[in-house]
Ligand binder design. Structure first.
Ligand SMILES: N[C@@H](CCC(=O)N[C@@H](CS)C(=O)NCC(=O)O)C(=O)O
Length: 208
Protein backbone atom coordinates (compact mmCIF):
# COMPACT_ATOMS: atom_id res chain seq x y z
CA UNK A 1 0.00 0.00 0.00
CA UNK A 2 1.17 3.58 -0.61
CA UNK A 3 2.51 5.38 2.45
CA UNK A 4 2.55 9.15 2.71
CA UNK A 5 4.87 10.60 5.33
CA UNK A 6 3.66 14.03 6.41
CA UNK A 7 4.34 16.73 8.99
CA UNK A 8 1.96 18.25 11.54
CA UNK A 9 -1.31 19.04 9.80
CA UNK A 10 -1.56 22.38 11.56
CA UNK A 11 1.62 23.70 9.96
CA UNK A 12 2.83 21.50 7.12
CA UNK A 13 1.67 23.31 4.01
CA UNK A 14 4.02 21.17 1.91
CA UNK A 15 2.43 17.97 3.20
CA UNK A 16 -1.10 19.22 2.61
CA UNK A 17 -0.63 19.39 -1.16
CA UNK A 18 0.16 15.73 -1.97
CA UNK A 19 -2.20 14.57 0.78
CA UNK A 20 -5.07 16.34 -1.02
CA UNK A 21 -3.96 14.90 -4.37
CA UNK A 22 -3.72 11.39 -2.93
CA UNK A 23 -7.17 11.68 -1.36
CA UNK A 24 -8.49 12.76 -4.76
CA UNK A 25 -7.22 9.53 -6.34
CA UNK A 26 -9.40 7.55 -3.94
CA UNK A 27 -6.53 5.11 -3.36
CA UNK A 28 -6.16 3.61 0.12
CA UNK A 29 -2.92 4.77 1.76
CA UNK A 30 -1.12 4.64 5.06
CA UNK A 31 -0.46 8.01 6.65
CA UNK A 32 2.61 8.49 8.86
CA UNK A 33 2.52 11.80 10.69
CA UNK A 34 5.70 13.24 12.22
CA UNK A 35 5.35 16.24 14.53
CA UNK A 36 7.26 19.31 13.29
CA UNK A 37 9.27 21.69 15.50
CA UNK A 38 10.21 19.12 18.15
CA UNK A 39 13.16 20.02 20.38
CA UNK A 40 16.76 18.83 19.93
CA UNK A 41 16.53 17.80 16.29
CA UNK A 42 13.97 15.11 17.10
CA UNK A 43 11.83 16.00 14.07
CA UNK A 44 14.69 15.51 11.63
CA UNK A 45 15.77 12.33 13.40
CA UNK A 46 12.25 10.91 13.02
CA UNK A 47 11.92 11.98 9.38
CA UNK A 48 15.29 10.70 8.14
CA UNK A 49 14.49 6.95 8.30
CA UNK A 50 11.56 7.66 5.97
CA UNK A 51 12.77 10.48 3.73
CA UNK A 52 16.37 10.84 2.51
CA UNK A 53 16.03 14.63 2.23
CA UNK A 54 15.16 14.90 5.93
CA UNK A 55 11.99 16.68 4.88
CA UNK A 56 8.33 15.83 4.54
CA UNK A 57 6.25 15.03 2.58
CA UNK A 58 7.59 11.78 1.17
CA UNK A 59 5.65 9.11 -0.69
CA UNK A 60 6.70 5.48 -0.35
CA UNK A 61 5.38 3.69 -3.40
CA UNK A 62 6.62 0.22 -2.51
CA UNK A 63 9.60 0.48 -4.85
CA UNK A 64 10.86 4.05 -4.33
CA UNK A 65 10.59 6.99 -1.93
CA UNK A 66 9.63 10.34 -3.51
CA UNK A 67 10.73 13.11 -1.13
CA UNK A 68 9.25 16.22 -2.83
CA UNK A 69 5.67 17.52 -2.92
CA UNK A 70 5.57 18.50 -6.60
CA UNK A 71 7.16 15.23 -7.74
CA UNK A 72 4.65 13.29 -5.64
CA UNK A 73 1.73 15.11 -7.24
CA UNK A 74 3.17 14.43 -10.71
CA UNK A 75 3.66 10.75 -9.82
CA UNK A 76 0.05 10.48 -8.64
CA UNK A 77 -1.23 12.13 -11.83
CA UNK A 78 0.64 9.54 -13.92
CA UNK A 79 -0.14 6.53 -11.73
CA UNK A 80 -3.86 7.29 -11.41
CA UNK A 81 -4.95 9.03 -14.64
CA UNK A 82 -8.62 8.42 -13.87
CA UNK A 83 -8.30 10.97 -11.01
CA UNK A 84 -7.58 13.68 -13.65
CA UNK A 85 -5.10 15.51 -11.42
CA UNK A 86 -4.13 17.47 -14.54
CA UNK A 87 -6.67 18.45 -17.22
CA UNK A 88 -6.71 16.92 -20.70
CA UNK A 89 -6.35 20.25 -22.45
CA UNK A 90 -2.57 20.65 -23.08
CA UNK A 91 -2.57 24.45 -22.78
CA UNK A 92 -4.44 24.44 -19.48
CA UNK A 93 -2.26 21.58 -18.27
CA UNK A 94 0.91 23.54 -19.08
CA UNK A 95 -0.38 26.66 -17.37
CA UNK A 96 -1.47 24.63 -14.35
CA UNK A 97 1.97 23.07 -14.09
CA UNK A 98 3.58 26.51 -14.40
CA UNK A 99 1.36 27.86 -11.60
CA UNK A 100 2.15 24.90 -9.32
CA UNK A 101 5.88 25.27 -10.04
CA UNK A 102 5.75 29.01 -9.40
CA UNK A 103 4.09 28.33 -6.04
CA UNK A 104 6.55 25.58 -5.24
CA UNK A 105 9.62 27.71 -5.98
CA UNK A 106 8.46 31.21 -5.12
CA UNK A 107 6.21 33.40 -2.98
CA UNK A 108 8.92 33.41 -0.34
CA UNK A 109 7.81 36.62 1.39
CA UNK A 110 4.20 35.46 1.63
CA UNK A 111 5.29 32.10 3.01
CA UNK A 112 7.61 33.65 5.62
CA UNK A 113 5.29 36.43 6.75
CA UNK A 114 2.09 34.39 6.68
CA UNK A 115 3.00 30.81 7.62
CA UNK A 116 0.20 28.27 7.48
CA UNK A 117 -1.24 27.80 10.96
CA UNK A 118 -4.69 26.26 10.94
CA UNK A 119 -5.21 26.91 14.65
CA UNK A 120 -4.23 30.59 14.65
CA UNK A 121 -7.05 33.09 15.24
CA UNK A 122 -7.81 35.25 12.20
CA UNK A 123 -5.80 38.45 12.45
CA UNK A 124 -4.08 40.68 9.91
CA UNK A 125 -0.33 41.27 10.19
CA UNK A 126 1.73 44.10 8.65
CA UNK A 127 3.05 42.92 5.29
CA UNK A 128 6.21 43.90 3.42
CA UNK A 129 6.17 45.18 -0.15
CA UNK A 130 7.51 41.79 -1.26
CA UNK A 131 4.61 39.97 0.41
CA UNK A 132 2.12 42.41 -1.14
CA UNK A 133 3.72 41.74 -4.54
CA UNK A 134 3.33 37.98 -3.95
CA UNK A 135 -0.35 38.51 -3.11
CA UNK A 136 -0.86 40.54 -6.28
CA UNK A 137 0.75 37.76 -8.31
CA UNK A 138 -1.47 35.09 -6.70
CA UNK A 139 -4.55 37.18 -7.52
CA UNK A 140 -3.43 37.59 -11.14
CA UNK A 141 -2.72 33.86 -11.51
CA UNK A 142 -6.05 32.83 -10.02
CA UNK A 143 -7.96 35.40 -12.09
CA UNK A 144 -6.32 34.28 -15.33
CA UNK A 145 -6.74 30.54 -14.77
CA UNK A 146 -10.36 30.78 -13.58
CA UNK A 147 -11.24 32.91 -16.61
CA UNK A 148 -9.51 30.52 -19.03
CA UNK A 149 -10.98 27.34 -17.55
CA UNK A 150 -14.40 28.71 -16.64
CA UNK A 151 -13.91 27.32 -13.10
CA UNK A 152 -15.12 26.29 -10.61
CA UNK A 153 -11.49 25.37 -9.80
CA UNK A 154 -8.33 26.79 -11.37
CA UNK A 155 -8.23 24.37 -14.30
CA UNK A 156 -11.93 23.47 -14.34
CA UNK A 157 -12.26 20.38 -12.19
CA UNK A 158 -10.27 20.15 -8.93
CA UNK A 159 -6.63 19.47 -9.88
CA UNK A 160 -3.06 19.46 -8.64
CA UNK A 161 -3.02 23.24 -9.18
CA UNK A 162 -5.70 23.59 -6.50
CA UNK A 163 -3.68 21.33 -4.20
CA UNK A 164 -0.78 23.78 -4.52
CA UNK A 165 -2.91 26.82 -3.79
CA UNK A 166 -4.98 25.38 -0.92
CA UNK A 167 -2.32 26.47 1.63
CA UNK A 168 -2.38 29.96 0.11
CA UNK A 169 -6.14 30.12 0.67
CA UNK A 170 -5.60 29.26 4.35
CA UNK A 171 -2.98 32.01 4.62
CA UNK A 172 -5.30 34.57 3.04
CA UNK A 173 -8.03 33.57 5.50
CA UNK A 174 -5.82 33.41 8.62
CA UNK A 175 -4.09 36.74 7.95
CA UNK A 176 -7.26 38.47 6.68
CA UNK A 177 -5.80 39.09 3.22
CA UNK A 178 -8.37 40.44 0.76
CA UNK A 179 -8.59 37.90 -2.10
CA UNK A 180 -9.13 40.81 -4.45
CA UNK A 181 -12.49 40.16 -6.10
CA UNK A 182 -15.79 38.32 -5.49
CA UNK A 183 -14.72 35.67 -8.04
CA UNK A 184 -11.50 35.00 -6.12
CA UNK A 185 -13.32 35.06 -2.77
CA UNK A 186 -15.72 32.41 -4.10
CA UNK A 187 -12.80 30.30 -5.35
CA UNK A 188 -11.13 30.53 -1.94
CA UNK A 189 -14.32 29.38 -0.26
CA UNK A 190 -14.50 26.40 -2.62
CA UNK A 191 -10.93 25.43 -1.73
CA UNK A 192 -11.56 25.80 2.00
CA UNK A 193 -14.86 23.90 1.86
CA UNK A 194 -13.43 21.02 -0.18
CA UNK A 195 -14.31 17.98 2.01
CA UNK A 196 -10.79 16.56 1.97
CA UNK A 197 -9.36 19.91 3.04
CA UNK A 198 -11.89 20.14 5.86
CA UNK A 199 -10.87 16.71 7.08
CA UNK A 200 -7.20 17.78 7.17
CA UNK A 201 -8.08 21.09 8.84
CA UNK A 202 -10.17 19.45 11.58
CA UNK A 203 -7.26 17.14 12.45
CA UNK A 204 -4.77 20.05 12.32
CA UNK A 205 -6.80 22.12 14.76
CA UNK A 206 -6.68 19.30 17.31
CA UNK A 207 -2.86 19.20 17.25
CA UNK A 208 -0.99 20.99 20.01
N1 LIG B 1 10.51 21.43 -1.31
C1 LIG B 1 10.02 20.51 -0.31
C2 LIG B 1 9.84 21.27 1.00
C3 LIG B 1 9.53 20.36 2.16
C4 LIG B 1 9.68 21.03 3.52
O1 LIG B 1 10.32 22.11 3.66
N2 LIG B 1 9.12 20.40 4.54
C5 LIG B 1 9.25 20.86 5.93
C6 LIG B 1 7.91 20.78 6.66
S1 LIG B 1 6.59 21.67 5.90
C7 LIG B 1 10.14 19.90 6.69
O2 LIG B 1 10.23 18.73 6.35
N3 LIG B 1 10.84 20.36 7.74
C8 LIG B 1 11.68 19.48 8.49
C9 LIG B 1 12.02 19.98 9.84
O3 LIG B 1 11.34 20.92 10.30
O4 LIG B 1 12.92 19.39 10.46
C10 LIG B 1 8.71 19.89 -0.83
O5 LIG B 1 8.08 20.52 -1.68
O6 LIG B 1 8.34 18.77 -0.45
Amino acid sequence: MLELVIGSKRWSSWSLRPWLALKRTGQPFHERLIALYQADGATRAQILPHSPSGRVPALKTGSIVIPESLAICEYLAEAFPEARLWPEDPDLRALGRAAASEMHAGFRALRLECPMDLARPVEAVPLSDDALADIARVRALWTDLLARSGGPFLLGEWSNADAFFAPVATRFRTYAVDPGSPVLAAYMERLLNWPDFREWEAAGRLET
